[in-house]
Design a binder for this molecule. Structure first.
Ligand code: FAD
Length: 482
């Protein structure tokens, strides 16, 4: 069997992209003339997080034999350390609560938050298949909490929260994958390249490598890239996401941008590489990440002077940017705000303060300004929702800050890169302008975030994106597989 990598599609892609074409350099090596295939797979899925597991399961469900390769020694990825909030509509969970919602309303909401940057066809698929994803999770034993918290993302209750967070969700998904006979899992194995036919029109194979081993040439006509983000690749971060180059990271150890490199070297478009999902709530002393839920439900952030300085509600961008300008930041919350506070107390990370003066002593500041800020915050919380507005532009409030207060020394932390290569509504990898790169090349999850997020990311959107683009990629890959 012989074939050659064609660079035609890469060159075409680069031509279309003009100055925004990105090369990560891996394609500089000369294309070998012939391959000796070491093995074959009907569908090859790379990456064993939520997106990759869903892709593998859906391809298997469609009757295909799947090889799933995972860089680390186990399935999970960032999906397993995630909070497991999933934005969705019309799931069994929603129906059981009598929540009336429509796919179209969710689609419109996705588009509205994208500020005109998101693909309407893809947004519709995410909205429509969100229930397929969440109901499937429920069917394999994933449980969701009864937490009906509407603070994050408007008046319609769309976010379902996984009991036991991403760890529990991925345990169930990994179990399902391992029970599925037609999926073969190879851990400690990375995808390093995708091979196209000489015309550059279709996938004919891929290269995988077990840690420290020789390259293995896999004959296949369908590849799903689901290798996660690029937050662990300092060189790419410094080049494209430079603003956050010194920010701490919590994500899968192998989020090195492998899928991004492979796809862009074949001519894929990229978008939003400069943007990252940075959360304000890493407990500094213990390096523990806590959900921002207590802040969304009424908590505040103050600086070393004990003063508020930002709208805490814009948690993924502006809040963090402003935090980087302060010498030190503190989260102040009360226990009734959210179960997360109880967890912080249990872990011994949140300090109890019975008075504002105690809070000021912990911070090392004067109490007067802090007292004024807490009083103002509580006064606005008590006013009618439509009149709530403070000098930093915060309009969403939850519960009042009441004693005993709890205080936590925090820093921003990057939990995800928001950019990636572009895919269409069928999860096919495309050029920046939407032309599929090659038959049989799919992308799903964080490596394929593409145009979808930008600055409009909200909690629960990344997980549903991973699940839905995964299942769509698996289904489509099964169709073209030979
Ligand atoms: C702390 C934290 C909290 C979060 N909370 C939420 C939340 O509540 N709601 C939400 O919507 N989103 C949340 N997110 C984001 C969300 O979890 C991710 O966007 C999503 O899980 C990404 O899934 P994925 O399958 O694309 O990537 P991953 O789960 O990272 O999986 C990718 C896998 O690919 C593997 N890999 C890498 N390179 C290769 C290679 N070359 N070959 C083979 N395998 C490879 C990696 O080891 C990894 O296992 C959170 C993220 C973090 C870190």
């Amino acid at each position: 069997m012989s074939a050659a990598i064609s660079r035609r599609s890469a060159l075409k892609g680069a031509g279309v992209l003009g100055l925004s074409a990105i090369s990560f350099g891996a394609s500089a090596k000369p294309a070998p003339k012939a391959y000796h295939w070491n093995r074959s797979a009907e569908v090859l899925v790379a990456g064993g997080g939520c997106a990759g597991c869903m892709a593998a399961l859906w391809a298997a469900k469609a009757g295909r034999k799947v090889l799933l390769v995972q860089a680390t020694g186990f399935l999970g990825g960032s999906s397993a350390i995630s909070s497991g909030w999933i934005r969705s509509v019309n799931t069994k969970w929603h129906k059981a609560r009598g929540i009336k919602d429509t796919v179209e309303a969710y689609r419109d909401n996705i588009l509205e938050y994208g500020n005109g940057t998101r693909d309407p066809e893809k947004a519709l698929v995410i909205a429509k298949e969100s229930a397929t994803f969440v109901d499937f999770l429920q069917s394999i034993g994933v449980e969701f909490t009864n937490d009906e918290d509407r603070a994050n993302g408007g008046p319609t209750l769309r976010v379902v929260k996984t009991k036991g967070a991403g760890a529990s969700l991925m345990e169930h998904l990994a179990e399902k994958v391992s029970q599925t006979k037609s999926i073969e899992v190879q851990v400690a194995t990375r995808i390093t390249d995708v091979i196209l036919d000489p015309a550059g029109k279709k996938v004919i194979g891929a290269v995988i490598q077990k840690d420290g081993g020789k390259p293995v040439y896999v004959k296949t006509s369908a590849v799903v890239l689901a290798t996660g983000g690029f937050g662990r690749n300092q060189a790419i971060i410094e080049k494209y996401t430079n603003e956050w180059k010194k920010t701490g990271r919590i994500m899968d150890a192998r989020d090195n941008g492998d899928g991004l490199k492979i796809a862009s070297n074949l001519g894929a478009g990229t978008a939003n590489l400069a943007i990252a999902m940075v959360c304000p709530t890493l407990h500094v002393e213990s390096n523990t990440f806590y959900s921002s839920a207590p802040i969304l439900n009424g908590g505040i952030i103050v600086n070393e002077k004990g003063r508020r300085f930002v709208n805490e509600y814009i948690i993924y961008t502006t809040t963090d940017r402003e935090m980087l300008k302060q010498k030190k930041c503190w989260e102040i919350v009360s226990e009734p705000m959210h179960a997360t506070v109880t967890q912080m107390i249990k872990n011994g990370h949140a300090k109890r303060c019975d008075t504002v003066e105690d809070l000021a002593r912990v911070i090392g500041c004067q109490a007067d300004g802090l007292k004024a800020d807490i009083e103002e915050h509580n006064r606005i919380t008590r006013t009618a929702p439509e009149k709530r507005h403070d000098r930093f532009g915060r309009t969403v409030y939850g519960k009042e800050l009441t004693a005993p207060f709890y205080i936590l020394h925090i820093n921003p932390v990057m939990i995800e890169t928001v950019g990636g290569f572009t895919v269409n509504a069928r999860s096919e990898v495309t050029t920046l302008f939407g032309r599929p790169i090659a038959r049989g090349l799919y992308g799903a999850g964080a490596c394929a975030f593409g145009e979808h997020f930008g600055v409009g990311y909200r909690s629960g959107e990344a997980y549903v994106y991973a699940g839905v683009t995964g299942l769509v990629a698996g289904r489509e890959a099964a169709r073209v597989a030979a």
